[in-house]
Design a protein around this ligand. Structure first.
Ligand code: SAH
Ligand code: SF4
Length: 363
């Protein structure tokens, strides 16, 4: 484990705040811009590698700040070569997952927003490990920059960012939005607003805040069930936000942002993949600008159920079509490399037989 530095992590700062800090340390605007560009465009991993500063700046930056690069703990690649999964180490010894996916010519990174998660979804490897802590903006930014560096080496560019790794992004709202502001800055990574997807378990106040702040991103809501009782059994956090309230917040978001909402449904054989459930979700989403992503369950150590078979999936989609609810079956990429949410970390932890952190309360 690295000692936690007491100096500021430069990845935590957006362009304006970096500018102010470096200005206080006596760097002129030209040098301040060089530091920002080197960090976010050239993706250097230390201030020593920033080119074109005055000789005295290097010692000053080394002494007063650090660049919060996340070392690779474990890395795996899928047999098909279309997914690369990284377990990255945080300064306090925690590990988080970041996945680079490449299919149909598009590059996508799936990033984590928390170490562990407090929401406790029964089928999710991250939920099974409990909440450890929120990530800082810089720890979220560092995951994206790490992947950008891998792509830079191959002359490729990152297109999509999905906040679908470990953690519930709307439970760590401020840090996530600060990270997105940094990543969307045109002189930095310059992520396009249409290429950021935030997936939430359905934190109603967070969805309403996104709507009020008119945040430029795509919203995905993990539904998994269309009645409160069935949903509470899969997603314990849902008890706090009943479906009626959740759908109301979604409609508000849709109306404000004039954006389609994506809903997610992990298909679990015999649990939520029958005609009754398909009709219920059809009725729930009918008439909305909505799209349902169906994800056959990715089996995890702490949950005994199995993914739905092809016939059940087709029948489910046919019912949805009768309500004019568009749906797509999304095969999870890289199942062979444990590329489900939280799965690589769970495997590494259990191999070491380390005690798992306990759940620390609900959001
Ligand atoms: N916390 C957020 C984002 C991270 S999880 C959320 O829950 O939406 C990203 C998606 O993966 C969610 O839709 C989640 O329900 C789904 N997921 C988690 N574990 C899964 C599993 N074992 N099989 C299928 N989908 C899973
Ligand atoms: Fe948390 Fe999402 Fe996993 Fe649920 S599915 S436990 S909200 S990371």
């Amino acid at each position: 484990m690295l000692p936690a530095p007491s100096t500021p992590n430069l990845y935590d700062l957006d362009r304006g705040r970096l500018d102010v800090l470096l200005g206080q340390w006596g760097l002129s605007p030209l040098y301040r811009e060089r530091v920002w560009t080197a960090l976010h465009r050239q993706r250097v991993t230390s201030t020593d590698a920033v080119e074109g500063l005055r000789p005295e700046h290097y010692g000053l930056l080394r002494e007063r700040a650090h660049v919060g690069v996340l070392p690779v703990h474990t890395e795996t690649a899928s047999a098909a070569g279309d997914a690369r999964k990284l377990l990255l180490s945080l300064r306090d010894g925690q590990t988080i997952e970041t996945v680079l996916m490449r299919f149909s010519g598009r590059t996508t990174v799936c990033v984590s927003t928390q170490a562990g998660c407090a929401m406790g979804c029964v089928f999710c490897a991250t939920g099974q490990m409990g909440f450890v802590r929120h990530l800082t903006p810089g720890e979220i930014v560092a995951q994206v920059l790490h992947v950008c560096r891998l792509l830079d080496a191959e002359g490729e560019r990152l297109r999509n960012v999905v906040l679908m790794g470990m953690g519930e992004p709307l439970h760590n709202y401020d840090a996530v939005m600060e990270a997105l502001d940094i990543l969307q800055e045109p002189t930095g990574v310059a992520l396009g607003p249409r290429y950021v997807t935030l997936s939430t378990v359905g934190v109603v106040p967070g969805i309403r805040r996104l709507a009020a702040e008119d945040r430029p991103l795509r919203l995905a809501v993990s539904l998994h069930a269309a009645t409160d009782a069935e949903r509470a059994a899969l997603v314990p956090a849902a008890r706090k936000w009943p479906l009626a309230e959740l759908m109301d917040a979604c409609r508000e978001y849709s109306a404000r942002r004039r954006e389609r909402i994506f809903f997610e449904w992990a298909l679990i054989a015999g649990k939520n993949d029958g005609p009754e459930q398909a009709h219920a979700v059809g009725r729930l989403l009918e008439g909305m600008d909505a799209h349902l992503n169906l994800i056959p369950l990715n089996p995890t150590g702490g949950y005994a159920e199995t993914p739905s078979g092809a016939t059940a999936v087709r029948a489910f989609q046919d019912v949805l079509a009768s309500y004019r609810v568009p749906s797509t079956v999304r095969q999870r990429r890289g199942i062979d490399i444990d590329a489900g949410c939280g799965q690589l970390r769970a495997k590494v932890e259990s191999a070491r037989l380390r005690p798992r952190p306990s759940a620390a309360g609900q959001a």
